[in-house]
Ligand binder design. Structure first.
Ligand SMILES: [Zn+2]
Length: 272
């Protein structure tokens, strides 16, 4: 295994328990972005120890300008900024052997999942072929389309359970124990970095199986309010299922992913 792809989010980093820590301009943001970079670096170090020679890191949180280039291990190339065509998964189609998801969080509505959501607070639930998924499932399915297995995932214990329900053999690190949406018992950063480094090495040595969703794939998105669904159903080819729900069926996962992003983007236009 030569080239690793890392999709790096922030809500699942140890020490982070509130959205008031994760946005540019927030008082604790500088600390949070450093904690995020440190976990990404630990994953990179673990991969390098197992013989990986190339690492592509995609900043996948909010503005997607959280990771400071100069803080990352120099082997890594950083995809920074937003919007980008594949969003949280930009670069996954550039010939990577396997993927790590670092700092990920549980799907919307998860019991105890710290800062659980799927892309946007306007989204109530997302399903692929009837199975509820969060960002982990959606992004793993896109990686699967390109033949890339997700072999390491880190976040709170709720996210770890969610990931293992989809990919039984994936290496995981629970960096915090969730007590609720805004509270967790957090492992110390130094301990977390050791665990991530070791898990990354194991993951690269072990490999994994891509998560491939069998076509035709039905994407079902329910929104918090009917007005969000009214906007989402403007996506050509989508179908309104009920007041808050829109469906989109396609054989091609990247096309579904684009439809999903278009729905979320359109739904975001109507809030006061
Ligand atoms: Zn995020």
């Amino acid at each position: 295994m030569k080239k690793i792809y890392i999709s790096a989010d922030m809500e699942g980093v140890s020490g982070i328990v509130n959205f008031a820590q994760t946005g540019m301009g927030d008082k604790e943001y500088e600390r949070a972005r450093n904690l995020m970079a440190d976990e990404v670096n630990a994953a990179i170090e673990g991969a390098l120890a197992a013989g990986v020679t190339e690492v592509l890191v995609n900043d996948a949180h909010g503005s997607m300008r959280n990771l400071l280039h100069e803080k990352l291990n120099p082997v890594a190339q950083l995809i920074s900024g937003s919007p980008k065509p594949l969003s949280m998964m930009q670069g996954i189609d550039e010939g990577c052997d396997a993927a790590f998801f670092i700092g990920y969080h549980a799907q919307a509505g998860a019991m105890y999942g710290v800062l659980n959501h799927v892309y946007s607070g306007r989204v109530y639930s997302v399903a692929l072929n009837g199975r509820l998924v969060g960002e982990f499932g959606l992004n793993a399915a896109l990686a699967g389309h390109f033949g890339v297995p997700v072999i390491l995932v880190t976040g709170d214990d709720t996210l770890v359970a969610e990931a293992r329900s989809i990919l039984q053999d994936v290496e995981t690190v629970a960096v915090k124990h969730a007590y609720g949406m805004r509270a967790a018992r957090c492992l110390a950063p130094r301990r977390v970095h050791d665990l991530i480094r070791e898990a990354a090495t194991r993951a690269v040595q072990k490999g994994g199986v891509p998560f491939v969703v069998a076509p035709p794939i039905t994407l079902t998105v329910s929104f918090q309010q009917s007005i969000h669904a009214e906007m989402a159903e403007l996506v050509p080819g989508s179908r309104r299922v009920d007041g808050r729900t829109v469906e989109f069926v396609h054989d091609d996962m990247p096309t579904l992913y684009r439809a999903w992003r278009a729905m979320v983007g359109l739904a975001g236009l109507v809030d006061e």
